[in-house]
Write a protein that binds this ligand. Structure first.
Ligand code: IF1
Length: 408
């Protein structure tokens, strides 16, 4: 076995090298992690932390899940990448299992979440011209204020967050922004050139914003009536995070295009997909879209097992049950600095009052006590542990949160 040469640096050295050699597009907590197992991660000094971020919901199945690891190693020894110039013996199985699980008709495999979003944007535009009959280059896509769909130029071009878009223009035209959770606004914004409505079922980056009950149902009706494609970005909400396989199930609706990523690989590998229910994906012809790594056999094998363990090991139901436990326990903490506790499944936010001094310092304090989480915007702490978390682990997390809030 050839191993990576063992180099162990002091924590401060890792930080200093990153500081000097890396682009400064993140501001991480100053913990350097080197190992993970289930809901736990360890830093280079051997200190253990309960991970309440799950790599932004990519490790829903828990860190280094043994069955996914085994599938990955086995496949890595056989075949990793063929390109789509040739077939591979994992892609068809990935399609079949993913379609059966999500009741989809077609799949477009990609890598990152942003690529899935870009792919959907391209596809619905083409669908608009070829099927709906929109005049060339006039297609409009409606999106929501405070959205988060990724970091590419087209995507940040329709973001409303100044830090995501400022300084990155010029942007692609063809997007119209409406308020989130407002079905009437959608109805009013649709024109004959509208091809699609793109929305997160629950806004993640915006701070776990849950739309009014019945919103997605009305969106579904409006999209059907207007003949436009309903695109749900389930990259963060999908694959068990909210206590259902897909968040759309909470309202009993089915999107025309569903975007998934993150936990599609259990955090082992970047795997994303566009799922299609109306054959919108049928408009793509050879040569019109693709990716060197999309649909590669390693990604497919990893993803097949990531889906299998999610279902077989009861993680989705556990997310529903433990999410309730976690939220109830947070709601029982009645400190004046808490403005609101909200969430669904294990996608949970604790919003502080604006005068509470910000969420960042509480995340730092929680890190000291062995719990990792991340603020979103200034006043909100997000809790999103792996879906395998137990009641005892939640009890322990609540003790730490209670301690930090009491001291604050
Ligand atoms: C970062 C948040 C989570 C997403 C939705 C597409 C993508 C994402 C709904 C793009 C990505 C990430 C990326 C991460 C921070 C993060 C995030 F804080 F922004 F909201 F998850 F909580 N659609 N979300 O949430 O997927 O291209 O990154 O694979 O560091 O930017 P990607």
């Amino acid at each position: 076995m050839t191993e990576q040469s063992p180099r162990h640096l002091a924590r401060t050295d890792y930080l200093a090298i990153e500081q000097s050699l890396g682009a400064h597009n993140y501001k991480p907590l100053d913990v350097v992690l080197s190992r993970g197992e289930g809901v736990w991660v360890w830093d280079t000094e051997g200190k253990r932390y309960l991970d309440c971020l799950s790599a932004y919901s990519a490790v829903n199945q828990g860190h280094c899940h043994p069955r996914i690891l085994e599938a990955m190693v086995a496949q890595a020894k056989k075949l990793t990448l063929t390109s789509r110039a040739f077939h591979n013996d994992q892609l068809a199985l990935f399609y079949e299992e993913l379609c059966a699980l999500t009741r989809s008709h077609k799949v477009l495999p990609m890598n990152s979440g942003a690529e899935a979003v870009e792919s959907a944007v391209k596809t619905v535009r083409k669908w608009g011209y070829e099927v709906k009959g929109v005049p060339a280059d006039q297609a409009e896509i409606i999106v929501c204020a405070d959205n988060f769909h990724g970091r590419t130029i087209a995507i940040v071009g329709f973001s409303t967050d100044p830090s995501s878009r400022k300084g990155f223009g010029p942007f692609a035209p063809g997007f119209k922004v409406i308020p989130f959770g407002d079905a009437d606004a959608l109805e009013k914004a649709i024109t004959p050139n509208t091809v699609a409505f793109l929305v997160e079922p629950i806004q993640g980056e915006a701070g776990v914003i849950i739309p009014p009950k019945g919103y997605l149902k009305r969106v579904r009706e409006i999209c059907t009536r207007a003949g436009i494609v309903m695109i749900l970005d389930e990259i963060q909400t999908g694959l068990g995070r909210t206590g259902k396989l897909l968040a759309e199930e909470h309202e009993g609706v089915e999107a025309d295009l569903t975007l998934i990523g993150k936990a599609l690989s259990g955090g082992f590998y970047p795997v994303s997909a566009v799922l299609s229910n109306t054959e919108v994906l049928g408009v793509l012809k050879p040569g019109e879209h693709g990716s060197t790594f999309g649909g590669n056999p390693l990604a497919c094998a990893v993803s097949r097992m990531a889906l299998k363990v999610l279902v077989e090991e009861g993680m989705i139901d556990n997310a529903a049950a433990m999410g309730q436990v976690f939220r109830d326990a947070l709601k029982a903490l009645t400190y004046p600095i808490i403005k609101e506790v909200r969430g669904i499944g294990l996608m949970i936010a604790l919003e502080l009052r604006p005068d509470a001094g910000g969420a960042r310092r509480l995340c730092e304090a929680l890190k000291q006590r062995g719990l990792l989480c991340k603020e979103t915007h200034t006043h909100t702490i997000r809790f999103a542990p792996p879906l395998v978390i137990t009641r005892a682990e939640i009890d322990w997390a609540i003790e730490q949160i209670d301690g930090v809030l009491r001291a604050a």
